[in-house]
Design a protein around this ligand. Structure first.
Ligand code: NAD
Length: 482
């Protein structure tokens, strides 16, 4: 089935869709790191007012360039503008609003109780900036996953180098132009480039590295961070399951289809596959998923304005191969010229097939039937820990069992992908799906050191009781003080 409406993309990875005049020559990795180290050493980004100004600048960047950002996302990923606003721009704005509202609380020192043996004294915990941070982003949500971590990093008072993905070239070029125009260029830099550039960046000394992307590069980043004992956050992916037991199957199908097929399935928390518990659930899903897809994207999704495309030819070939690995319940077509892959639902899939072992990261949804809820839990836990796990059931007992037994980065009951839209919920993986988390206060904490400060006067030496020699009287006093 040919793609009727969209024109084929004219760019290859590494090229920009439309040449955007840079304001000044592209920044080189080492120069950017040196420049920011100076600003870090002079504590430029620390003052509250500076942080607030940068957050405001980021807010303005998004507000004044909405159309340009949506155009760049359309050029890179064929994203519908409405989806770009909902899933990228609005998400960052919500993070900025949240940070602006709570920054005062987050930066406030916390006083804690001092043990009797150390009194009189005060003990405080300070949230201190880590210093200079490197953010490495992937291509699938290239604005959100570059600027989202930036919110927490700036709120926490850090300087930041941003490395956008070369596989979203139009977005990368646009952000390289916009960021210096809206944010203080002494504190925030964008370095464009691919693996070679990232390798050079990883060779610099950072105070934190925040990486979002696949597991293979995640290992490279973790390795580089270990060389210099740099703390690292890894936001990785994996195969997030949707376990379907009972409920309103028409609504369940819509929620799964929505989570799966947005951004043409290229979403880290998308339900990768469905585990249908029992024949009834499997049959109902086979009936309702095609209806949900048709309701969202029409009878021919290739002509839908609301459906995206695959990022490049290599990913297209990989995903197109998955379309063959089961009984096609709906969809099944593709068009290499426009990198269109029809939303595809498969059944009777071999659990050893690559569609069930690789992260699909595309619009193919296998349904695997299991007999019981416990089988579904066993299936999930026998594989690497996913970034998210979704349960569809109206039975609270199952919700509790799912939470108790399933190891996953996040859990959604009767929803897909939505937990990351709650700024107060930390977002991140566990095990193979990553380490560390962010969003809201968790983002602020990720980019902060929790520094303890104990403060006493030495005018009167109240610590004499604990100095040696430890005679009988001192030992008694020390025991009584605990
Ligand atoms: P990608 O290919 O864009 O790579 C990510 C970053 O790594 C890019 O900036 C790229 O330049 C850099 N890179 C690539 N090769 C490198 C190398 N050899 N050395 C150093 N740096 C290198 O993105 P991807 O990996 O294809 O992203 C998709 C994956 O990311 C999926 O697994 C998805 O689940 C995961 N993901 C996770 C999240 C999350 O929030 N946890 C979000 C989005 C995507």
């Amino acid at each position: 089935m040919a793609r009727k409406r969209r024109t084929p993309p004219t760019t290859a990875p590494g090229e920009t869709a439309e040449p955007v005049e840079p304001v000044e020559p592209a920044e080189l990795p080492v120069a950017a790191a040196r420049r920011l180290r100076d600003a870090t050493d002079s504590r430029l980004a620390q003052p509250r007012r500076f942080r607030a100004t940068q957050l405001k600048g980021l807010e303005r960047l998004l507000g004044e360039n909405e159309d340009a950002l949506c155009d760049a996302l359309a050029a890179d990923l064929g994203k519908p503008a409405a989806e770009s606003r909902l899933t990228e721009l609005d998400r960052i704005k919500a993070e900025i609003d949240h940070a602006q509202l709570h920054l005062g609380d987050w930066v406030a020192e916390r006083h804690v109780r001092v043990p009797v043996s150390l009194q009189p004294a005060t003990a405080r915990i300070q949230a201190r900036p880590l210093g200079m941070v490197l953010v490495i982003a992937p291509w699938n949500y290239p604005v959100l996953l570059l600027l989202g971590p930036l919110v927490g990093a700036l709120a926490a008072g850090n300087t930041v180098v941003l490395k956008p993905s070369e596989l979203a070239p139009a977005t990368s070029a646009l952000l390289a132009r916009l960021v210096p125009a809206y944010l203080d260029r002494r504190a925030v830099a964008v370095v464009e480039g691919a693996a070679e550039t990232t390798t050079e960046l990883l060779g610099q000394q950072w105070d934190h590295i925040f990486y979002t992307g696949g597991e293979r590069v995640g290992r490279i980043v973790a390795h580089a961070a270990a060389e210099r004992l740099t703390p690292v956050t890894l936001e990785l992916g994996g195969k997030s399951p949707a376990v379907v037991c009972d409920g309103n199957f028409a609504a369940i199908a819509r929620r799964i289809a929505h989570g799966k097929f947005m951004n043409a399935g290229q979403t880290c928390v998308a339900p990768d596959y469905v585990l249908a518990v029992g024949d009834h659930a499997a049959n109902e899903l086979e009936k309702h998923l095609p209806k949900a897809i048709a309701a969202f994207y029409g009878k021919d999704p290739s002509s839908s304005r609301d459906y995206g495309q695959i990022v490049n030819a290599a990913h297209f070939s990989r995903i197109a191969a998955y379309q063959q690995q089961g009984r096609v319940v709906s969809g099944g077509s593709n068009d290499p010229a426009t990198r269109y892959v029809e939303p595809t639902v498969l059944a009777d899939v071999d659990p050893a097939a690559t569609v069930m072992t690789d992260e699909i990261f595309g619009p193919v949804l296998p349904i695997v039937r299991v007999d019981r809820f416990d089988d579904a839990v066993r299936f999930v836990n026998s594989r690497p820990s996913p970034l998210a796990a979704y349960l569809f059931s109206e039975r609270p007992r199952l919700h509790t069992a799912f939470e108790d037994q399933v190891r996953a980065g996040g859990i959604g009951h009767n929803v897909c992908n939505m937990h990351l839209a709650v700024p107060d919920l930390p977002f991140g993986g566990v095990g193979a799906s990553g380490m560390g988390n962010y969003h809201g206060k968790a983002g602020f904490d990720t980019f902060s050191q929790q520094r303890p400060v104990l403060s006493k006067t030495a005018r009167i030496d109240t610590l004499r009781a604990i100095y040696p020699p430890f005679g009988w009287a001192k030992r008694r006093i020390m025991r009584s003080m605990g």
